[in-house]
Design a protein around this ligand. Sequence first.
Ligand code: OOG
Ligand code: NI
Length: 269
Amino acid sequence: MHSNVDTLFENLWEDYVDITPSAYKIHELLADSENGDEIVNDHVAFRTFNLPKTSLDKLAAHFLALGYEEKGDYDFEAKKLDAKHFEHPDETKPKVFISELRVQDLSEKAQKIIHHLVEQMDDDAVEADNFLYSGKHWTVSKAEYDMLLEESEYAAWLAAWGFRANHFTVSVNFLKKTQELSDVNQMLKDAGFTLNDSGGEIKGGESVYLAQSSTMADHAYVKFEAESKMIPSCFYEFAQRYKMPDGNYYTGFVAASADKIFESTNAKQ
Ligand code: OOG
Ligand code: NI
């Protein structure tokens, strides 16, 4: 287990930007870092399979050991996913969103591919300090990736990239240049970034106390069994939180919005 929240997020960030070069450019665009203007990270998200070796709870154990607490849970019927979110008592620490694929709900063929991948993992791999940014623990062929893609974009992404931060999220509330998500989106588009427009560029809004947008994932080379191919890697998200009637900012997630954010790594149009 990691000993320190901040070093964990530093390691996650290094691994993430390696395959998400847009993240650097977006930092430059949104923050004046030379003048000490830092980006505040709202949350980081992880994906996994609901098998014993890789379950959501086993990933979550890394965060619970660092003082995080379980807060909300979410169900994504069509995508066959369950998710939970976690918060740290120190609210300056990023929130964590972990989802897991209900493998048993996929076709026999897809289940067989996924079981074959996870069988290649050591039983206790998930407990390693660096597990959350350790990538994939298996060999996967391009044909297997393509087969998974037919059924579940999520399964295909996870088979190709393994365990790592799927995205970081800029907290729009803490930006200096603007605190409005629509302004951020405009800046991103003016700079040539493609936004995920599934369900509209802005998902949610003041009525659900959370407005979100995201870029479409960068593309990066991934090593398949016999070849390397460019496929969608990771994306960057932007979140604006609103105060609830009790005067506190909403700290949860919104399933209907999250459902669309998942599509930021879609390989098929
Ligand atoms: C997670 C998508 C959901 C959010 O902020 O609602 C999400 C994923 O793509 O793995 O991040
Ligand atoms: Ni997110």
